[in-house]
Design a protein around this ligand. Structure first.
Ligand SMILES: Cc1ncc(COP(=O)(O)O)c(C=O)c1O
Length: 448
């Protein structure tokens, strides 16, 4: 059979509520045209994020019933630790309430003012947590990433020559760690090749610098390596993921992505001294080391999710269904970041709306219009989110795992094509109120 189906059936459903265009216009005005400030009940199809929005499986719900809520030494922790050790090989597995808590602890322990942390592209919370310590976050993504239309297979790769130059000019003692984000969320969800992870790891280690993965979407990255990188077609996604982790000294991980959990994160390392410092900080804000910031039942949901996410049928469906959305809009004239990656389709709003300059936020304009037109929520990944660090003006349509069916996606395709047909009528926005950090979460806009 050629048709690739959703490899699950639905046992429990959640109704969706329709609204009219007039209602949505009023809701937009009330929210200052910031889609983060809308109530979820007013959204028809929510593609704001794939984070924490997955549908859990029957096995995950069953595992939650086995959750051990003991304060110390919970059996749930040891079940999770076994799964994480088998997958990553890391000796220390520290649970946190989500990925950014792992980042905060890692960078607080490792970074000082004047330090520099290179990454292919920092995610927004990763950059904010590096900068909060006084260190500088340096994006070193490969040149192919800047051409959104190129179909190069691994546009998430780090520019390893630039990494080498940075270490040589700044000195290895200024660089407490090198990090690679798989897949590169802020860079269009593009995967990183194994060859690139190997090369970056080798450069870091040659200079005595620890090498870390921001491993949020490790399984999608592993599957894309299997599909696209010569030499890996015969390996399972799990074997590929194990190899990726074996090249690193530690990782941060948001279990809200490739573990199908609604909450959770991990900080892993092989360094005993670091682990002791991290655990001390963990106790201050997250909790005892065998639960971190989580309930025992969350630990069990993550343990099961980490195994399910590597199932080849699931990963094939995941990657093919994301590409389905991408191809159906791109082949009808909507510029996307090519080729489609794992968790999201990114529309190149700068290219689609050339009449709206960067400082008038073309991707925000498109996000607002898609909500007004069809009740679909997406997110700007451009100058609103990253200010002057933005490389492109992208609109991300993130696809929650195992949540929407093909007809939902067909509705999204139809809506995007209708907005595209009258794209010249879209106008820019100005920011009228903004907070000091992570402004995209709560700033307010005015239409121009
Ligand atoms: C690449 C990347 N790193 C880190 C994070 C932060 O994870 P969390 O939202 O669990 O704090 C995210 C979340 O979207 C992400 O995509």
């Amino acid at each position: 059979m050629k048709t690739i189906i959703e490899p699950f059936r639905i046992k429990s459903v959640e109704p969706l509520r329709r609204t009219t265009i007039e209602e949505r216009q009023a809701l937009l005005e009330k929210a200052g045209y910031n889609l983060f400030l809308l109530d979820a009940a007013d959204i028809l199809i929510d593609l704001l994020t794939d984070s924490g929005t997955s549908a859990m499986s029957t096995e995950q719900w069953a595992a939650m019933m086995r959750g051990d809520e003991s304060y110390a030494g919970s059996a749930s922790y040891f079940r999770l630790k076994r799964v994480v050790e088998d997958l990553t090989g890391f000796r220390h597995v520290i649970p946190t309430h989500q990925g950014r808590a792992a980042e905060r602890i890692l960078f607080t322990v490792m970074c000082r003012p004047g330090h520099i942390v290179p990454n292919n592209t920092h995610f927004d919370t990763t950059r904010a947590n590096v900068e909060f310590t006084g260190a500088r976050a340096e994006d070193l993504v490969c040149a192919a990433a800047s051409d959104t239309q190129s179909r190069a297979p691994f546009k998430g790769d780090m520019d390893v020559a630039a990494l080498e130059r940075l270490i040589e000019t700044e000195g290895h003692d200024k660089i407490p760690l090198v990090m690679i984000t798989v897949t590169n969320n802020s860079g269009g969800g593009q995967p990183v090749s194994m060859a690139n992870i190997e090369a970056a790891s080798a450069v870091a280690h040659r200079h005595g610098i620890p090498f870390y993965l921001d491993a949020c979407r490790f399984a999608e990255n592993a599957y894309l390596i299997q599909q696209r990188e010569p030499g890996y077609a015969g390996c399972s996604p799990k074997q590929i993921a194990q190899k990726m982790f074996s090249l690193a000294d530690g990782c941060t991980f948001s279990a809200k992505k490739d573990a199908f959990a609604n909450i959770g994160g991990l900080l892993c390392t092989n360094d005993d001294r670091l682990a002791a410092q991290e655990t001390n900080l963990l106790i201050l804000t997250e909790g005892f080391p065998t639960y971190g910031g989580l309930a025992g039942r969350d630990l069990d949901a993550i343990a099961v999710g980490l195994e399910e996410v590597l199932h080849p049928d699931y990963l094939e469906y995941r990657i093919v269904s994301t590409a389905y959305l991408g191809r159906h809009i791109a082949d009808r004239g909507v510029p996307i970041v090519e080729p489609p990656g794992g968790h999201a389709i990114y529309i190149d709003a700068g290219r689609m709306l050339p009449h709206i300059p960067r400082h008038e936020f073309p991707a925000q304009s498109l996000a607002v219009e898609l909500y007004r037109h069809a009740g679909i929520r997406s997110v700007e990944i451009g100058s609103v989110m990253f200010g002057e660090h933005a490389r492109n003006e992208l609109l991300r349509l993130a696809i929650p795992r195992r949540v929407y069916t093909q007809s939902h996606i067909d509705y999204v395709v139809e809506a995007i094509l209708e907005v595209n047909a009258r794209k010249d009528s879209l106008r820019g926005y100005a920011i009228v109120e903004e907070p000091p950090f992570l402004r995209h979460f709560s700033c307010r806009f005015r239409p121009l």
